[in-house]
Design a protein around this ligand. Structure first.
Ligand code: PAF
Length: 287
């Protein structure tokens, strides 16, 4: 596996692996590093579907707001390279913020209003920053496929919408959430949780699973489903940000689940200052 540093190294690698006479599929797995099983599942999927697989590792400053965890975000280049190689990536790419956003960089992306809801309320900088870096990565790598995890459900909806709106010629592949044994959704930020914090964090997924069970027993009302999640979290030390039942594509709030259309139940909260997000599907065509 090649370890690539910066834009020039990426272009040189591209010129060796994509001669015009032999078009190939390239799967990009964009990450901010601190790779975990969730990322590795994306790389494995890309490996199964594409001729070439590249993992980008870039802790993107534009998607962090003032006072957020940009400085303390976990970084371990050697471990990330090792893990990416183990699951069969052809290249892992690292870049410095000064090269991605050189002095004078001024372009911004305006997103649809769904970027201002849910996670966008607490983190207004987040999705414009995500859209900017994802668009830049798609231009740099020119992948035929790009892989995103469903844990960041709102992100995957926004990226899919951006790619469709701008007629970008690639497939956005969203992959199911990978969970720890306790049910906690895998996240690079989980390392910031103590043992007790992990227990409290586990109630988020337990609450969502409880709502799924209630739905399977016939509960379709948003307030009742959300009530199941709240009851499961109980008096654990979780600072809840939101629990919302939303349309799977528009992320508009729903009052009930239409079983034929399905819905998504999303949650965000903080445990010991670690921001956690999770979600589950309810009903819908694939259920
Ligand atoms: O999901 C993430 O890790 C990041 O938001 C992404 C897509 C790599 C953009 O920085």
């Amino acid at each position: 596996m090649k370890v690539l540093d910066g834009i020039q190294a990426l272009r040189e690698w591209q010129s060796t692996v994509t001669p015009l006479s032999a078009p190939r599929t390239l799967g990009l797995v964009p990450t901010m590093g601190a790779l975990h099983e969730g990322h590795l599942a994306l790389v494995r999927r890309a490996r199964a579907e594409c001729d070439l697989v590249c993992v980008s590792v870039f802790v993107n400053p534009t998607q962090f707001g003032p006072g957020e965890d940009l400085a303390s975000y976990p970084r371990d280049r050697a471990r990330d390279s090792e893990l990416a190689a183990e699951v069969g990536a052809d290249a892992v790419w690292f870049a410095r913020a000064e090269e991605v956003y050189p002095a004078g960089f001024a372009t911004r992306i305006e997103l649809p209003s769904l970027a201002n809801r849910l996670c966008g309320i607490e983190r207004p900088h987040h999705f414009p920053g995500v859209a900017l870096i994802v668009l830049k990565l798609l231009h740099l790598f020119r992948p035929t496929h790009a892989y995103f995890g469903e844990k960041d459900y709102q992100q995957s909806v926004l990226v899919t919408r951006m790619v469709r709106d701008l007629d970008l010629d690639l497939a956005i592949v969203t992959c199911p959430i990978v969970r720890e044994e306790s049910g906690l959704a895998r996240s690079s930020r989980n390392v910031g949780l103590s043992e007790a914090g992990r227990m409290a964090a586990g109630t988020l997924s337990a609450g969502l699973f409880r709502a799924q069970m209630a739905y399977a027993e016939g509960v379709v009302d948003a307030a009742a489903l959300i009530g199941e999640v709240v009851a499961e979290i109980g008096d654990q030390k979780v600072a809840l940000e939101f629990i919302e039942l939303v349309d799977r594509e528009t992320l508009e709030p729903l009052e009930t689940v239409d079983p034929a259309l399905g819905a998504r139940l999303l949650i965000a909260g903080r445990v010991e200052k670690v921001r956690l997000i999770d979600n589950v599907p309810l009903g819908g065509p694939e259920a």
